[in-house]
Design a protein around this ligand. Structure first.
Ligand SMILES: [Zn+2]
Length: 351
């Protein structure tokens, strides 16, 4: 069996996925980002291809298991957007090379956040024309929501008329971005996120991190694997700083340059996700306060109107960044807007 990391919070989903024989040809594994869903998908792929699976596990000994663990299984077909390649498991990464932006050099350009129509076409043609017609095939699409409309259309033909022995496994943290035509052909399994206590136990079993820093990290709204990367890259302080910015945005001036620099340090995509999650917390707080419930003491204190508009703008920016836009410019734009709104709010309050 390929050496895959085991995450305790995935155990219930793992049981559901691996202990039954799937009769539906297309599974969609969804759940928050940073849970390690793709490991689950890879484990299932290996078990489906194994010639002598034992219960939930693949045997690790047959020729098929060897081909998977050596990343050369001809019937394991993997699509991953370029931007997720680096963080993918080596087995998925190497298998994905076959379909990665065929004919395009990745030098001197931003890595694509999308699964291109060329990749999807190449995959569907391969599936339809493969010589080993009777062979068991597994198609793994990691970051399936990164398929643009054309790519999704190119996949539809093989999804609509699957051969008996082809199993599709789609993995997505943003399943609402998938076209309805794809959704309707999948059985969906939602992988729940671990509780803060479980995440804390897991992080503390690997890192020397105190509960104060953990509390800061939990305010980011990120998943356990993302938090583990942040600790690994020693970015805990930067996250703390960004969270403090979220709090002070409504009470004290933050200058756009400081905010943008901080976001770049953390990674633009991740920083925008944190800011958006902070806005969401503020909206929830406002709703609770409105309905006479106690507003949680740990909430962030953006004005509800700013929080709502920020949530929408940050969401739109994150969507846009999936395309070929200049992230730095987009980031400076949104930071300038946030800070000027904060300033306007402040002048109004004090003036
Ligand atoms: Zn095997």
């Amino acid at each position: 069996m390929t050496d895959l990391p085991q995450y305790p919070w995935l155990n219930p989903s793992r049981k559901k996925l691996l202990s039954v024989d799937h009769t539906h040809h297309c599974l969609l594994i969804s759940g928050a980002a940073g849970l390690g869903k793709s490991m689950l998908a890879l484990e299932l792929a290996e078990r489906l291809l194994c010639e002598a699976p034992e219960g939930e596990d693949s045997c690790g000994l047959c020729s098929s298991c060897h081909l998977v663990s050596n990343s050369v299984h001809p019937q394991l077909h993997v699509l991953i957007p370029e931007s997720l390649i680096e963080e993918s498991h080596p087995v998925a990464r190497v298998h994905a090379q076959r379909y990665l932006e065929p004919g395009r050099s990745t030098q001197k350009r931003k890595l694509s956040e999308q699964i291109s129509v060329d990749s999807a076409r190449l995959l569907s043609e391969t599936l339809l024309t493969t010589v080993a017609a009777n062979a068991r095939k597994v198609v793994l699409i990691i970051g399936a929501d990164a398929m643009n409309r054309n790519a999704a259309n190119a996949m539809l033909k093989v999804l609509e008329e699957p051969t008996d022995r082809t199993q599709f496994i789609l993995v997505s943290s943003y399943p609402y971005r998938l076209p309805a035509t794809i959704h309707s052909r999948c059985i969906r399994l939602d992988s729940p996120a671990p509780s803060q206590e479980e995440t804390a136990r897991w992080l503390q079993s690997q890192y020397d991190i105190n509960s104060e820093n953990l509390a800061v990290l939990f305010r980011s709204g990120l998943g356990p694997l993302e938090l583990s990367q942040i600790i690994e890259n020693e970015r805990t302080d930067a996250i703390g700083e960004l969270i403090r910015c979220c709090k002070t945005l409504d009470g004290k001036l933050v200058d756009p340059l400081t905010l943008a620099t901080l976001c770049t340090q953390i990674g633009i995509g991740r920083a925008l996700a944190i800011l958006q999650s902070a806005a969401l917390v503020a909206i929830r707080e406002a709703v609770r306060a409105d309905s006479g419930l106690n507003a949680g003491a740990g909430g962030l204190f953006w004005r509800p109107k700013l929080a709502l508009e920020a949530f929408q703008r940050l969401g739109a920016a994150r969507e846009r960044f999936n395309g070929p836009v200049d992230e730095q410019l987009g980031l400076e734009d949104i930071c300038a807007w946030l800070c000027s709104e904060a300033e306007t709010g402040l002048t109004r309050t004090t003036g």
